[in-house]
Design a protein around this ligand. Structure first.
Ligand SMILES: Nc1ncnc2c1ncn2[C@@H]1O[C@H](COP(=O)(O)OP(=O)(O)OP(=O)(O)O)[C@@H](O)[C@H]1O
Length: 271
């Protein structure tokens, strides 16, 4: 299967001041994702997960290595091309306020990417926004309201609509459900899975939570101090981890996880 994203030997170094050597937040990281699949990135806080996502999005200072997206090298790409690429690569953060302007009605926020990328305008764009509010489980009236009028889970649904309504090829989900209650997390994860089946989008799923990658990711890479210590099918990483760091992460994870049980019950009862 051809790869949509191929990261090879990526190194991101942050300066730590005059006397200290730079911090290698990513140290020769190599991962890849085929179209329509999900790569989970797990590790403790500070292991370098978000840095990898940031590098793909063009926010992190890449020292060396390569990030190829659909055959195109992203390292060193111009800012004009980077803006165009947002049509293809989107992001969902832990805090939806990263992408939702609290002072703007939700409908206007959702219209923005449609207009910016000349995907739709006028009545067609408004209809597309209404369609997407429905897809993510919100009523058409939500368009007139402000992000502050919604619960955390509903706000994340809006952020998902904003990221996905332009039908990108790749979405970086950076701790996208971490701030939510467990039952809401399961709903949001299942919404993202439904949308993946519908659109064929690929996800990079960044999380500290092993149960989330087990549910979401085809393959998982385990990061520790900027290095990928283990990568493979998520099932193998969770059930037969070979690296002692992965084993320690799993030993620290709560089990059985109620979200995963709930999601599995839902899958079993789905028509
Ligand atoms: N802009 C920055 N300037 C300097 N150091 C940074 C910067 N961004 C991240 N770092 C450092 O790089 C390392 C990796 O951080 P990163 O945020 O990628 O880890 P993470 O695994 O995503 O952690 P978390 O889950 O807490 O976000 C950390 O030591 C962090 O302090």
């Amino acid at each position: 299967m051809s790869e949509l994203l191929e990261v090879s030997d990526l190194t991101v170094a942050y300066s730590r001041g005059f006397r200290r050597s730079p911090l290698l937040a990513n140290d020769r990281v190599s991962v890849s994702i085929p179209r329509g699949k999900t790569l989970g990135i797990v590790g403790e806080s500070g292991s370098g997960k978000s840095t990898l996502g940031d590098a793909i999005l063009g926010f992190a200072p890449v020292s060396s290595g390569s990030i190829r997206f659909d055959g195109e090298e992203l390292v060193g790409v111009s800012s004009a091309r980077r803006r165009e690429l947002t049509k293809h690569i989107q992001v969902i953060f832990q805090n939806p306020y990263g992408s939702l302007n609290p002072a703007k009605p939700v409908g206007a926020t959702l219209l923005e990417p449609l207009i910016a990328h000349r995907i739709a305008e006028g009545a067609a764009a408004t209809a597309r926004v209404a369609e997407w509010l429905d897809i993510v489980g919100l009523s058409p009236e939500a368009a007139k309201r402000y992000p502050g009028d919604f619960s955390g889970g509903q706000r994340q649904r809006i952020a998902i609509a904003r990221a996905l309504l332009i039908e990108p090829d790749l979405v970086i989900c950076d701790e996208a459900v971490s701030a939510l209650d467990l039952s809401i997390q399961a709903q949001i994860l299942n919404l993202l899975l439904d949308l993946q089946h519908r659109l064929g989008v690929s996800y990079v799923f960044i999380t500290h939570d092993m149960a989330v990658v087990e549910h979401m990711a085809d393959r998982t890479a385990v990061m520790h101090r900027g290095v990928i210590v283990e990568e493979g099918p998520s099932r193998d990483i969770i059930h037969t981890p070979t690296h002692e760091y992965t084993q320690a992460l799993l030993a620290a994870a709560p089990s059985p996880d109620p979200r995963i049980q709930q999601a599995r019950r839902r899958e079993r009862t789905a028509p």
